[in-house]
Ligand binder design. Structure first.
Ligand code: NAP
Length: 568
């Protein structure tokens, strides 16, 4: 193994996205020697890589921001209701510089391997260039959607034109003007990119396998009044958001569909449509459990699509019929459906006539050939587990994460993994993450992990590990809450269904962000139930003050489980 280039640190964080940045800020403030390792040459994570035209957040800007610094909240000015990628990236850079974080980030370094050594209880991380870094703790802040999925379409490498993936977009502007363009995919990324590409391209063909439900963003400049409202009430609004199932205000509903008359149902759907964005997801509180309730919202959106799209056949093709609304991530758009009224845009149904191959000239389906200058792959990500599995992570006895997760992810709270001591994840599988306002989810995980590390420091432990029993129980619980829902009724990336060969397991925790927060707090309040804490053979001097009795008690301690019924 390569010798350590740097001294052994307290903590290495992998990833300088929003999670990594806040981790660095928080851990440094708490006095931990921390290094962040980042593959890119800049901060921002997902927002660094996803530079495609139209990329923006689908949670409103004022809420899609850190809450840890009141002065930051007050100083930063968002200009649009849903901020565009350059503005979000500027925000990430502002935070980095405002809090002096850059000096502790090592850029352009791809972590290829992370190995735990039992003899000294340390992690060794090795880069693809064989640089080695040692730390007591590793925190994977990899993001849930950071491993782009480039489909294995026959002939894809033969294409003679330009080919881009939305999740790995070039830094220089891509000029579509006068070009014949094909977009493969119709998920959130495509839905944002298509209207802007269509404005430039000579002709755009959209290759659609599965239509998605998309709700208008009604995006626009943020008016002074709503900014003032947020800035004057940030504490109250954040606290309120934390008590919701998604961390997003105005989303939860108090009514199941059957409690409302048909008029009231329609009014509620219309109110949410007029408000715009993700809140359509929860028009009724049984929308993700009762197919009839879900169908009310689904057919409402289909009617809207048919109102917008002039050509009947195209409108029919754009209407999702094969999955419940929200079981695939809702898209939030600006003029997506309207774009199909343009003369230079064609919707190609690759469900009926699949893509057979990509040739040097373009795309060939079972029905036709499409000559293209540019192909845009808006084909998504190997979500949630993909970023972890791209690193060769080895825990106790050399067990690999690949083997451990071969039948789907296994975690405790989406934060820790049995057999992988001193390794934490931010927004890992088994946590609400992608089903919630991810900024709030990140802050909650970072705060929880930081508190845990402080607890260990003050009690003299330097090894923490999720117990196999706690992990088993959590995996069962994650499945128990997901299985009765409609989330499991579609071939979504939540289910891993978009990646050939990936186990079909519902990966995020659907029990609600507020419940989840409470569960995590219960675990910590009760002395980190479900975790085993111990001392390594080579404990650092600051951690030595633990009595033998205390140590014996600690070493044998495997705590009982959190009460699972509080979330079901
Ligand atoms: P996605 O939702 O997984 O969509 C991928 C699209 O590519 C789907 O339409 C899929 O069709 C299609 N596809 C994949 N492989 C294909 C193949 N071999 N042949 C033909 N079509 C293929 O990916 P995404 O649009 O990048 O979005 C992923 C997630 O990122 C979103 O759900 C969201 O959470 C996040 N995101 C957020 C924003 C935002 O507004 N903040 C923007 C972009 C993305 P099938 O459905 O048939 O598989």
């Amino acid at each position: 193994m390569a010798a350590h280039k740097e001294p052994v640190l307290d903590i290495i964080v992998v990833g300088a996205g929003f999670a990594g940045l806040y981790l660095l800020y928080r851990l440094r403030t708490l006095g931990f020697q921390t290094l962040v390792i980042e593959a890119a040459d800049g901060v921002g994570g997902t927002r660094y890589w996803n530079r495609y035209p139209g990329a923006r957040c689908d949670v409103e800007s004022m809420a899609y921001s850190y809450s840890f610094s009141e002065s930051l909240e007050q100083d930063w000015v968002w200009t649009e209701r849903y901020a565009a990628q350059p503005e979000i990236l500027a925000y990430a850079n502002h935070v980095t510089d405002r809090f002096g974080l850059r000096k502790d980030i090592r850029f352009n370094t791809w972590v290829a391997r992370a190995v735990f050594t039992e003899t000294d209880g340390l992690w060794t991380l090795t880069s693809d260039e064989e640089l080695s870094f040692g730390a007591r703790f590793v925190i994977m802040a990899l993001g849930c959607l950071s491993a782009p999925h480039r489909p294995d379409i026959p002939g894809i490498s033969e294409f003679a034109g330009e080919c881009y993936h939305t999740g790995y977009w070039p830094h220089q502007e891509v000029d579509f003007s006068g070009k014949t363009v094909g977009v493969i995919g119709t998920g959130s990324s495509a839905v944002q990119a298509i209207p802007l590409i269509a404005e430039q391209a000579a002709h755009l063909s959209v290759f659609q396998r599965t239509p998605n439900f998309s709700i208008p963003a009604w995006n626009g400049p943020l008016d002074e009044e709503s900014q003032r409202h947020w800035k004057n009430n940030y504490r109250t609004l954040r606290a309120k958001a934390k008590r919701t199932s998604s961390g997003i205000l105005n989303m939860d509903s108090d009514h199941c569909a059957a409690e409302l008359s048909p008029d009231e149902q329609l009014r509620e759907l219309d109110r949410r449509w007029q408000h715009g964005g993700l809140i359509m997801w929860n028009a009724f509180n049984d929308i993700m459990t009762d197919p009839a309730s879900n169908e009310l919202a689904a057919s409402f959106v289909r009617r809207k699509i048919r109102e917008k799209v002039k050509d009947r056949k195209t409108a029919d093709l754009l209407c999702p019929e094969d999955h419940p609304l929200g079981s695939k991530r809702l898209c939030v758009d600006t003029d997506y459906y309207e774009t199909f009224n343009r003369k230079n845009v064609t919707l190609v149904d690759i469900r009926s006539h699949p893509i057979e191959k990509i040739t040097a000239q373009g795309v060939q389906t079972s029905h036709d050939s499409y000559a293209l200058d540019v192909i845009v792959l808006a084909t998504g990500f190997d979500a949630m587990t993909g970023p972890m599995m791209k690193i060769d992570i080895r825990g106790r006895d050399g067990v690999s994460i690949e083997r451990k997760w071969s039948d789907g992810p296994r975690t405790y709270l989406g934060i820790a993994i049995a057999d992988f001591p001193n390794l934490f994840m931010v927004t890992g599988p088994g946590s609400p993450s992608v089903l919630s306002n991810v900024l709030l989810a990140i802050e909650q995980h970072v705060d929880w992990i930081s508190d845990c590390l402080c607890h260990m420091r003050s009690t003299g432990f330097d090894i923490i590990e999720a117990s196999p029993q706690a992990e088993d129980d959590w995996v069962i619980h994650v499945n128990d809450v997901a299985n009765p829902t409609l989330y499991t009724h579609s071939d979504s990336w939540y289910m891993g269904a978009n990646i050939p060969g990936k186990p079909r397991v519902f990966m995020p925790y659907v029990g609600g962000a507020a419940n989840y927060r409470e569960l995590c707090n219960e675990v910590s309040d009760q002395g980190y139930t479900g975790f085993t804490m111990s001392k390594s053979a080579a404990t650092a001097p600051r951690n030595t003050v633990v009595s033998a009795n205390e140590q014996q008690r600690i070493d044998s301690q495997t705590f009982s489980q959190p009460r699972r019924n509080s979330t079901s």
